[in-house]
Design a protein around this ligand. Sequence first.
Ligand SMILES: [Zn+2]
Length: 124
Amino acid sequence: MTVTKMTPAQLERFTARLLAERADAEARHVEFDDAMTEVRAARAGANADDEHDPEGPTMTQEWSQRTAVLADVDGELADIDRALARIADGTYGVCARCGKRIAVGRLDARPTATLCIDCARLAR
Ligand SMILES: [Zn+2]
């Protein structure tokens, strides 16, 4: 198994960055969760008042937009958790496809990257 050849200082730096991004994504998740609860409450109220409420379709659109954003944030959180798990098991920074090391510059730009730049190009 290829193991990461990063220095402890580099790993520490990426861990800190991933944790900061995780906190940020989590805050967004909570924010959208709250907003969705509000939309849900507003929609329930509208339905109770009048089934043909003109606000109806708008609410539904807002709902699906928020659901999409929430799914994005959840995907981001999952990526970050996987990156943190790779740091923990010593495989962080190793390309999942070819097993070569991912350039540190690429990880700086995208700390959750699982593919080296060459494989990422091929995968596209
Ligand atoms: Zn690769």
